[in-house]
Design a binder for this molecule. Structure first.
Ligand code: ZN
Length: 266
């Protein structure tokens, strides 16, 4: 890992084995079992990594191996399962919450959010209603970005400094609104390492899912994720309709690249 790069890990639901087994295949795709999560935290300690904070992102040098933990969707499981695991290790984390969903379904309640702040964790905004932001009117965009911040600060009594884009749709308009709403950090779902001291309004993350293998996890935090990052960047280009006429063109290119990277000597 180069000194000036940091792995910003992104988690969603972290469920008990019982909940995980009962979940639908769709729910499981982003969920992780809490024992797997705990093993990953233990592995980070064993590999000599230190858990960073938002302020560390602004430094040019990590001063050793470092990672940052982020959690999207304000899940109840973050309070029930993640909090005690992180507290045991003295790890920190940023928890992104959709302001309009507090206390609904399997989301944390207002008093649980206050409990998270009291325990030293940071709350960030994940919009108001967890909707894609790119097609919204200016007024609706302001509600998602500005009003969500105000509501979360009212609920927790703590400053909300960071925003994570719901469903990952990054756009310059979103960035502009995040900056003008007073946030200091914008987290995307674009895969890759973040450069310390780099653009705080375009922070790449690596989403850890149930399909993430232990060797993948290890290579990501060590900064050996270039092939995957390259693939994700191509995917992003395809999504924006640049360079590919049809989705089939993209699928064909992806298959060829995968063969090349799989066959490449280590
Ligand atoms: Zn989300």
């Amino acid at each position: 890992m180069k000194k000036n790069k940091i792995a910003v890990l992104n988690y969603h639901e972290v469920q008990s084995s019982k909940q995980y087994i009962a979940a639908s295949p769709e729910e499981r795709s982003y969920a992780l079992r809490s024992d797997v999560f705990e093993n990953q935290m233990a592995a980070l300690t064993l590999m000599g990594f230190r858990c960073g904070t938002l302020s560390d992102l602004q430094k040019k040098d990590a001063g050793g191996r470092m990672f940052l933990l982020t959690f999207d969707d304000g899940c109840l499981s973050h309070y029930e399962h993640v909090r005690p695991i992180l507290e045991d290790r003295g790890f920190r984390g940023v928890f992104f919450v959709s302001a309009g969903l507090i206390g609904s379904g399997r989301c944390m309640t207002a008093s649980q959010l206050r409990g998270m702040v009291k325990a030293g964790f940071e709350i960030g905004s994940h919009g108001y209603d967890h909707v894609p932001l790119t097609t919204l009117s200016d007024q609706d965009l302001r509600r998602e970005i500005f009003d969500s911040r105000r509501k979360l600060e009212d609920v927790t009594g703590a400053p909300v400094r960071s925003f994570s884009i719901p469903r990952g749709f990054y756009h310059p308009r979103v960035r502009h609104c995040v900056v003008s709403s007073g946030y200091g950090f914008l987290f995307t779902s674009h895969f890759g390492l973040h450069e310390l001291g780099g653009d705080p309004y375009y922070i790449r993350r690596m989403a850890v899912k149930s399909t993430t293998s232990s060797p993948d996890f290890e290579s990501w935090v060590h900064g050996r994720a270039y092939a995957r990052q390259f693939m994700e960047e191509l995917k992003e280009l395809a999504r924006r309709g640049l360079g590919f006429k049809t989705y089939q063109d993209w699928a064909h290119l992806k298959a060829q690249l995968r063969m090349r990277f799989t066959a490449a000597p280590q």
